[in-house]
Design a binder for this molecule. Structure first.
Ligand code: ZN
Ligand code: ZN
Length: 382
């Protein structure tokens, strides 16, 4: 058939295997090509839905996404049990490690690092950890601890100088330094795709978040009695376990993905917007939390605010990744392969002709198993 979007002669299918356009979509040309209702890393989802797993763990297939989702929920349940039992020190450690450990498992599962695990883990999680320790110690020395929402911060009134320091200058500085080690990987040819850059950035951000939480609560971790009255600890724990890691992961992921796109000569609104959005989201997250606390509102409101900021950032990352996959997956040649999303054996170039999954967002094992072919004869054999 001839694709209605790119005009190429491609095997029969609902999606063009070259450009990913949805042939069944009605209406304007942009709908077919942009296919906002069919996220390229997980075609059953809309691009704009705030799905954390499929945005930050984009190589996972259906079943794996569920496994990781359950692992995350189980971790949060353990955290809540420890909290309820008054084991705050243990709960803090679970909070700090939960998402970063899941991410290391993810990197291992899908082998984003291909044949260079030590280099990739060192420059992403390792680099983030190191920078997290240094930057958090420097930040604390300059301006005092961050609003976690902390158990110590309460209606203390506004003090402008520290507010500008912790709320604006330090977030901007953090966004500048967090991606640096991961950017060293951009020169390597095997990591040329934007999805690689995104995952490396998320890993670096999570390493940073882990270090930040450990440093921020180091005093608590070493001085708090093993069993403590849990009052006041719920909100800092939720913030440390989920909101801070997702903030650091999504902002740094967006920035590294944008830098990868710059390297591929895409310097449009979406890419420059990603850098601006990441910095703005980080400032909004910290400054907003501080203002809410200073105005004397309750700490649940801080969590709601942090959740809104993180949700918006995740949606931005999804749009960036979607655009990148549509632009880049088309460079893959024709091959016989198994689609990890719809599980069919298909003949595909960049996109699964049946479900529209971008074939560059699949685990390394599936990529390696592709049997390259010259001329496709039929789109689907399954
Ligand atoms: Zn096409
Ligand atoms: Zn498929």
């Amino acid at each position: 058939m001839r694709c209605q979007a790119c005009g190429e002669e491609v095997p029969e299918g609902i999606f063009c295997t070259r450009c990913g356009a949805d042939q069944a979509a009605s209406g304007r040309q942009g709908d077919r090509r942009g296919r906002r209702g069919r996220f390229a890393a997980s075609p059953d989802e809309h691009v704009s839905q705030p799905g954390v797993m499929t945005a930050l763990f984009p190589h996972l297939d259906h079943d794996e996404v569920n496994e990781f989702r359950w692992a995350l929920i189980a971790g949060v349940v353990v955290l809540l049990v420890l909290y309820a039992a008054g084991l705050i020190t243990a709960a803090l450690i679970v909070a700090a490690f939960l998402v970063p450990v899941l991410y290391v498992l993810y990197l291992y599962e899908v082998r984003v690092y291909r044949d260079a695990p030590a280099t990739v883990l060192g420059l992403t999680i390792g680099g983030g950890l190191l920078l997290g320790v240094v930057v958090t110690l420097v930040g604390n020395a300059l301006a005092g601890p961050l609003p976690f929402p902390s158990v110590t911060v309460g209606g203390t009134g506004l003090n402008l100088a520290p507010l500008i320091m912790t709320g604006i200058l330090i977030p901007v500085l953090q966004e500048l330094v967090k991606p640096l080690p991961a950017l060293l990987l951009r020169r390597r040819q095997e990591f040329g795709e934007t999805i690689d850059g995104l995952v490396f950035g998320v890993a670096a951000g999570l390493g940073f978040a882990l270090a930040q939480t450990l440093v921020q609560f180091s005093q608590v971790l070493t001085t708090l009695d093993l069993r403590t009255d849990p009052a006041n600890w719920l909100y800092p724990l939720v913030s440390a376990a989920l909101l801070w890691p997702l903030l650091h992961g999504s902002t740094t992921g967006a920035i590294t993905a944008a830098v990868w796109r710059f390297g591929r000569q895409h310097r449009g609104r979406l890419e420059i917007g990603a850098v601006v959005a990441a910095v703005a989201a980080h400032v909004a997250f910290v400054l907003g939390s501080q203002l809410i606390l200073a105005a004397g509102y309750t700490r649940p409101l801080v969590l709601v605010w942090q959740g809104i900021v993180v949700g918006a950032m995740i949606v931005y990352v999804r749009h960036l990744l979607h655009r990148a996959l549509l632009d880049e997956a088309g460079s893959l040649g024709f091959a016989r392969t198994t689609c990890p999303n719809c599980r069919r054996d298909v003949t595909a170039a960049g996109f699964c002709p049946t479900c529209g999954m971008a074939m560059s967002a699949v685990p390394d094992a599936i990529r390696r198993a592709r049997e390259a072919i010259e001329q496709p004869t039929s789109a689907s054999a399954g």
